[in-house]
Write a protein that binds this ligand. Structure first.
Ligand code: BGC
Ligand code: BGC
Length: 603
């Protein structure tokens, strides 16, 4: 008796293993029976509800979650709780939506999603990590995994179990305003760090652990390859090139068990990705064996045609499983319209019932795997630890390892902590500039955007000896002759849609500030806070040392750790650093880059 049941279990496990291996994906199958049983009990309304992800800002009446059986809610970049922006406000907010899902007939729990793209960046007081491009400069997969695990803990601490991360764009044109959301222009590096991020967020497998957070590789596919780096633009290349440059991070993420993938706004050879059945269904689901679910981007299906019903038909039939809908009743293309139209399409036979079932199966499978049916409770210890010193110390290490020393004439760096007089000019005291876009606000902002962070200036003050005199002047109007000058220049914060540029020049004011520092005769250390390589021009000759600081986030002490020599420079360029604006596309060999991929001095 005992032997035979053991045998049976063993055979079952073997079968699953063979299945899993043939899919190249980890075991999802243990929940198949639960999924089928539940699916068998669901009405069409309940099924279609699961396929809806409504923005919290669109849900004027939270009871709509119950009324329409919604499967998911997100908070977009500006969709904060009305009550406030602390971790506790967010926990209450997400839980309030969940409570309506748990009141439905089948009590199918809600999946709440948010853009935690460099830490849990919408929440006041959370640990803000450097943006992906900086993590690319660390080349350190273990560290990226640790960082994303911290992020998972902070996300879960607000009752949220889904992060729209990592962005695994292989950015080929730095004019794109989302360049910093990608790790690198190098496929292998993006692939390595993308896998690390998925593991950091989900754990070794997505699980009921309270801090296992569903990852979302995005934006599938070719988002970073558009002509001239135009946001939501068109990526022109043949299929072999698409597969070689942009597909490997997804193939690897699927193998690592990523549970969700977000589809790109962009087009491939003129066809919008949200309508591309070949790439969504044939390649991703059938060929790569992706068993999680596909979510659309924010109102992205609306761009397919002027006819919303047609958009729904096209995108669902192409393979989209969940649709991200920013609009509520009273607005065009809202979640009630979506439900009404999709029901019609099913009745008319234009969207097969099998496609609906497949989509819902995929969503339910993830919810079972995450243990949401057993519990949606939040561990209060996770809430309490948001922004904790142990979390910040990991972010600080990320900053430290991301700094790339581009130039160091006369060994201007490291600085001695006992330096007598240090002048600091520029945006050294601007936490918002340090953090960049997707920080508290969608587009980010200058100034004291969040609590608990340390600006570079504050970090310098904490690091130097008690005898050191520091003169700070943001605009450089007070610039005495000192023993060294630190000049901080930065890109103003931006995110998608607003961050595209035609040139990457440092501003005239920035170049003047560096020239002015140079004219004092003291060694000049220029620190560039930017989402991408900048065209340096006169800054090159006017600076002794130049450091690419990227968008380091809240932990300014990571910069001083290295600037004052407690740690060496180890960061290496994650993408080519062009010499001029005619060379902003990676792989363009018509001009020698100023610094190649992988460049970085150690001293
Ligand atoms: C962006 C995504 C993001 C989503 C939700 C979209 O506009 O492209 O990266 O996850 O909004 O905020
Ligand atoms: C972004 C959202 C943001 C919204 C603001 C969208 O494109 O993806 O995250 O909140 O725009 O209007």
């Amino acid at each position: 008796m005992k032997t035979s049941s053991t045998k049976l279990v063993a055979t079952g496990i073997l079968l699953h293993l063979v299945l899993a291996m043939s899919y190249g994906a980890p075991l999802f199958s243990e929940h198949e029976q639960q999924v089928e049983a539940l699916l068998g009990r669901m009405t069409l309304d309940e099924k279609i509800g699961q396929m809806v992800q409504a923005d919290s800002g669109a849900l004027k009446d939270k009871a709509d979650v119950q009324k329409y059986f919604l499967g998911s809610v997100l908070s977009g970049g500006n969709s904060d709780p009305a009550a406030g922006n602390t971790a506790r406000d967010w926990l209450e907010f997400s839980t309030s939506f969940q409570s309506y899902a748990l009141k439905t007939r089948l009590k199918i729990p809600l999946l709440y999603g948010i853009d935690a793209v460099h830490g849990h960046n919408n929440i006041d007081g959370a640990t803000i990590f450097p943006h992906h491009i900086a993590l690319g400069a660390t080349h350190d997969a273990r560290l990226v995994e640790q960082a994303e695990h911290v992020t998972a803990q902070e996300v879960a601490g607000t009752g949220i179990r889904w992060a729209f991360a990592p962005c695994v764009a292989v950015v080929q044109d730095e004019r794109w305003g989302r360049t910093y959301e990608g790790y690198s222009d190098n496929t292998a590096l993006v692939t390595k760090l993308g896998v690390a991020a998925v593991k950091g967020l989900q754990g070794d497998t997505l699980s009921p652990a309270p801090d296992s957070v569903l990852a979302c590789a995005k934006h599938y596919i070719g988002d970073g390859g558009t002509t001239n780096g135009v946001d939501q633009g068109n990526t022109l290349c043949d299929e072999a090139t698409l597969r070689r440059i942009y597909l490997p991070p997804y193939a690897a993420a699927v193998r690592a068990g990523v549970g969700s993938i977000m589809v790109s706004y962009s087009s491939w050879n003129g066809v919008k990705m949200h309508a591309n059945k070949f790439l969504l269904t044939d390649v991703l689901k059938n060929e790569l064996g992706f068993r999680g679910f596909l979510v659309s981007d924010w109102a992205a299906i609306d761009q397919l045609s002027p006819d919303y019903k047609r958009d729904i038909e096209q995108s669902i039939n192409a393979g989209l499983d969940m649709i991200m809908i920013p609009n509520g009743p009273g607005q065009p293309n809202n979640y009630v319209d979506f439900i009404t139209q999709l029901k019609k399409l099913v009745a008319e036979g234009k969207v097969p019932m099998a496609r609906i079932d497949d989509a819902v199966r995929r969503i339910l499978r993830i919810k079972f795997q995450m243990g949401l049916f057993e519990s949606t409770a939040t561990d209060p210890a996770l809430t309490a630890a948001i922004g904790a010193p142990e979390h910040r110390s990991i972010a600080r290490q990320c900053v430290r390892e991301s700094l790339v020393l581009l130039q160091n004439k006369k060994r201007a760096l490291p600085l001695a902590k006992t330096i007598k007089h240090l002048a600091v000019v520029g945006t050294a005291d601007d936490l918002g500039a340090q953090c960049g876009g997707w920080t508290i606000n969608w587009q980010g902002a200058h100034g004291n955007v969040t609590h608990g962070g340390t600006t570079l200036l504050a970090a310098i003050r904490q690091t130097v000896s008690p005898g050191t005199k520091i003169t700070f002047s943001a605009d450089g109007s007070d610039l005495p002759k000192a023993d060294a000058v630190i000049v901080v220049v930065s890109e103003a914060p931006y995110a998608e849609m607003k961050g595209d540029r035609e040139d990457l020049d440092l501003s005239g004011e920035d170049l003047d500030l560096i020239a002015k520092a140079h004219a004092t005769g003291a060694p000049v250390i220029t620190i560039i806070l930017s989402g991408r390589p900048m065209i340096l021009r006169s800054a090159l000759a006017d600076s002794d040392a130049i450091v690419a600081g990227w968008l380091p986030g809240t932990e300014g002490l990571g910069l001083t750790d290295v600037l004052f020599g407690d740690y060496p420079f180890t960061g290496k360029l994650p993408r080519v650093w062009p010499a001029s604006n005619t060379h902003l596309r990676s792989g363009d060999t018509s001009e020698k880059p100023l610094f190649p991929f992988g460049y970085g001095l150690t001293r």
